[in-house]
Design a binder for this molecule. Structure first.
Ligand SMILES: [Zn+2]
Length: 863
């Protein structure tokens, strides 16, 4: 569709002549409960000024039909004005009123106004999700972040429903079995931040109030909602408790009263991402409402997301990036604040920085080594570019770099900078320089070279200790080597950076634990930096660079330290230091510098004593990847058996009822392959086997069924019976996943066809089909789909919405076919399609790079 992919140039041009005074948007969703109704009525009236009277412009709109267009009282022929993506209008006046009446489509893909029917009770639920540019699927809009305006929504919905939007409702009137909700005008906000949530949601209400410095009291009504059938599982007290701690904390840090009145948090079905920071009306994926026991890592993750979205009320909603190049101005900050806030707001999640070091940074390191990586401040030409930039660089690397900035410039300068930034740019739009100017004021430092090194270049440095000792075993010199050419596939980007780091020296104590005996903080600059203060100290068992995780780098080890880790990684007493060591050996494995089987051996030896549940769950995932993709194929079978044996041993040893026990049970389900393990799985499902303290609840049951299904040991009748017992949205997804995971050509064909041959399937079931189809263990069955995959890429990219297209491209890439021929197929497609959409090429390049990495790791593992 021409015009669908709005470019930065077009947005700049439009913003240079227009200023928007306000939108009035009327939506009529009374048809939603009728499955035969595919559209709803949408009427937009936008008032705007034009600095060049006589000029032309366009509104963005993706709608099946436009009924009427009226500019300044004059009717415009919709057939001529609307091209399927834009409503073009000519001859603007200095002040304009433009009305567009359209039929917009209910969404199945989580983009625009998503409609969901609950299988448990037949109730229909709606919510919107727009970022970066899907408001235009619901109303006619100038779809770019820097044309902010107040929005006034009016929504007519079935009488039994409630409706929420960014602002509180002012009036509700009933007529003809429907109710019309009139909302107050919002503050000036960007189009992508507007929201509507409608349906018979279950609601929990609360209230927050706070004395402000000027003596007034800030009152914020709070609510949290989820589908009615999830209400028995909804721990709203916990959610609202974290919310209040966060509001206290951000008010103290930011010194700017929450600007959006009330604060609603809706947990909604079939949501594509974690959550979205719509001012006053945050939406979350409803998987954060836990139907079954989850580990504390899941609660911590949810609390982190609550604080991340709340930080956006200031970073992103109050002050917004001008265009998507500066997406990091909100996402890096919110990602940083998610972890910072968990500690600062005194939640019970005191290991937030361990999780950050271990999980968020792993995402950043991975993304930053793709050939497609980019500086934190990116070059975003158009909306397709923007869509792909919600990535490990913009979020996790950006947050890591802010953590480094706090170490480099000081936290007072950083937060004073934030406070001035909000006051100076409230309800406005900003770019990098707006923030840097303020941080230079508050820190008194010239940040130009710092920003150039950290924000405007791509790539990750590796830091390696170089230790020399004398005959008595004392350090004669300790130096830190910095390099950029550490990844054979990614040629040096040539950038060495200033790193503020701590060097930790660790030795065994009387109990055998590895404890820190020395810490030296220094600035690393250039290729080699001598650590002053180290000479003369006894050579420690372990030299840990970037101790305390101040900077963003890959940590390497000297030979002696690596040997210490092989025999004693789990003995490191401090959990952050231990998490850094785990992260470093995983990077060595990914980089083909440590054989995958050695990494697996470390996990099998030390994971059982890992106290941090989040770290343990990462180790499970990484060990599985190591066997599936990075190990010599000849060793895969044995590696898989070792993992399953280890899982069973630790499951039996775990404290009854503990999170660790649950994590090991899930890991057993993921790795079970042999008769003994599958027998136990079946016994746990049937109730004939029991593990003391392990509650085989609904989600764990589905994990166990998945193990049986993948092994070809779950019959159609058994899976259907489980679905009948759990006829819910979650149950339907798990059932679909299990069906697609069966090891038969028919099951794979059905899963492929469900996604490829029709666009009827909702996003959640697309995901479930792909997940089941693509099990690495079924690589022989899925091999024949590699050729059709490459053939279909461009067609799917053109025909599907971008969310579904991304899932197809990433999920069906033949990742499990870890051989040279698949690499050659990917290269042939890339060589043969230089003109394909850049965003599509980027996705294929990244999957191709994963494959090349796997081949290098396999070569390292081959003995
Ligand atoms: Zn965010």
């Amino acid at each position: 569709m021409p015009g669908k992919n709005l470019s930065r140039d077009e947005a700049q041009q439009r913003a240079s002549i227009l200023a928007v005074d306000g939108y009035r948007v009327r939506l009529d969703v009374t048809s939603a409960p009728n499955p035969a109704a595919t559209t709803f009525r949408s009427t937009t009236t936008v008032a705007f000024r034009c600095s060049e009277p006589g000029a032309d412009t366009f509104l963005d709109l993706l709608a099946p039909a436009v009924r009427s267009v009226t500019l300044n009282g004059r009717a415009v022929d919709p057939a001529a004005a609307y091209d399927g993506a834009r409503v073009h209008v000519e001859g603007l006046a200095a002040e304009n009123v433009l009305t567009v009446e359209a039929d917009c489509a209910y969404s199945r893909t989580g983009e625009g106004l998503h409609r969901f029917v609950d299988p448990a009770d037949g109730e229909t639920y709606l919510y919107t999700h727009y970022e970066p540019a899907d408001a235009r699927r619901v109303f006619a809009t100038f779809e770019q972040p820097d044309l902010k305006a107040p929005f006034t929504f009016t929504v007519t919905a079935p009488a039994a429903w409630d409706v929420w939007s960014n602002a509180p409702h002012e009036d509700v009137t009933a007529e003809d079995g429907a109710r019309t909700w009139e909302f107050a005008p919002t503050k000036p906000i960007s189009t992508y931040l507007t929201a509507v949530v409608a349906g018979p949601y279950h609601v929990a209400r609360d209230h927050y109030s706070r004395e402000l410095a000027d003596g007034t009291t800030l009152e914020i009504p709070l609510s949290a909602m989820c589908r009615r059938s999830l209400a028995p599982h909804f721990d709203a007290d916990e959610i609202l408790g974290v919310t209040k701690l966060g509001l206290d904390f951000f008010h103290e840090e930011f010194d700017y009263p929450y600007p959006f009145g009330k604060y609603d948090q809706a947990f909604v079905p079939e949501y594509n991402i974690g959550a979205m920071e719509n001012p006053g009306c945050v939406t979350f994926r409803e998987e954060f409402v836990f139907r079954s026991k989850v580990t504390d890592a899941a609660y911590e993750g949810r609390a982190n997301v609550i604080l991340h979205e709340m930080a956006h009320m200031w970073f992103g909603d109050l002050v917004t990036m001008r265009w998507w190049d500066d997406l990091w101005l909100k996402e890096s900050f919110a990602d940083f604040m998610g972890s910072y806030g968990l500690i600062g707001a005194r939640t019970r999640y005191s290991s937030a920085w361990v999780t950050f070091a271990n999980q968020r940074k792993a995402w950043a390191y991975r993304q930053d080594q793709f050939p497609t990586t980019h500086p934190i401040t990116a070059d975003i030409r158009d909306l397709e570019d923007a869509k792909l930039n919600f990535d490990g660089i913009t979020y996790a690397k950006g947050a890591s770099v802010l953590k480094q900035l706090v170490a480099y410039a000081g936290s007072e300068a950083f937060f004073e900078g934030a406070r001035r930034y909000f006051k100076r740019h409230a309800f406005g739009n900003t770019e990098l320089t707006d923030l840097l100017d303020i941080l230079e004021e508050t820190s008194g430092r010239d940040l130009t070279s710092w920003a150039a090194a950290w924000l405007q270049t791509a790539g990750v440095n590796a830091l390696t200790p170089q230790v020399t000792t004398d005959a008595e075993g004392r350090i004669t010199e300790l130096a830190v080597l910095q390099d950029t050419a550490d990844d054979p596939a990614t040629p040096s980007r040539g950038v060495l950076r200033p790193h503020r780091i701590a060097v930790g020296l660790y030795d065994r104590d009387a109990d055998g634990a590895l404890v820190r005996t020395g810490r030296i903080e220094l600035d690393v600059t250039g290729a080699r930096t001598v650590v002053t203060g180290a000479a003369g100290l006894p050579r420690p068992a372990l030299v840990l660079l970037n101790d305390d995780d101040l900077t963003y780098c890959k940590i390497r080890f000297d030979g002696d330290s690596l040997e210490t880790l092989r025999t004693g990684l789990g003995d490191i007493h401090d959990e952050l230091a231990r998490a850094l060591a785990w992260s470093a050996v995983w990077n060595l494995t990914r980089d083909g510098l440590m054989p995958a089987r050695d990494y697996v051996a470390l996990v099998l030896r030390f994971a059982g004593q890992e106290g941090n549940i989040g770290v343990l769950q990462s180790l499970h995932q990484q060990a599985k990847t190591a066997v599936d993709l990075y190990a010599d194929p000849a060793w895969r079978g044995e590696g898989g058996r070792l993992l399953a044996d280890g899982a069973l041993r630790e499951l039996r040893d775990a404290v009854p009822g503990s999170d660790h026990q649950l994590a090991w049970a899930r890991f057993l389900a993921q790795t079970a392959g042999g008769a003994e393990h599958l027998g136990l799985v079946r016994g746990l499902l049937a109730g004939s086997a029991r593990i003391d303290g392990l509650d085989v609840d609904q989600e764990l049951r589905w994990s166990l069924w998945l193990a049986l299904a993948a092994a070809g040991q779950a019959s159609d009748e058994e899976l259907a019976a489980e679905l009948a017992a759990d006829n819910t949205a979650g149950g339907k997804r798990q059932y679909t996943h299990c069906l697609a995971a069966r090891p038969t050509p028919e099951a794979k064909a059905a899963a492929w066809s469900a996604v490829v041959d029709s666009d009827e399937l909702p996003n959640a079931l697309v995901e479930a089909n792909i997940a089941g189809f693509a099990l690495p263990a079924h690589r022989d069955l899925t091999a024949l789909y590699a050729a059709p995959y490459f053939k279909l890429l461009e067609r799917i990219w053109a025909e599907r919405t971008i969310e579904i297209a991304i899932r197809f491209v990433s999920g069906f890439f033949p990742s499990a076919q870890t051989g040279e021929p698949t690499l050659a197929e990917a290269d042939a497609w890339l060589d043969g399609h230089p003109q394909a959409a850049p965003a599509l090429r980027r996705l294929v390049l990244e999957r191709r790079d994963d494959l090349a990495r796997a081949l290098r790791a396999q070569a390292c593992d081959r003995v």
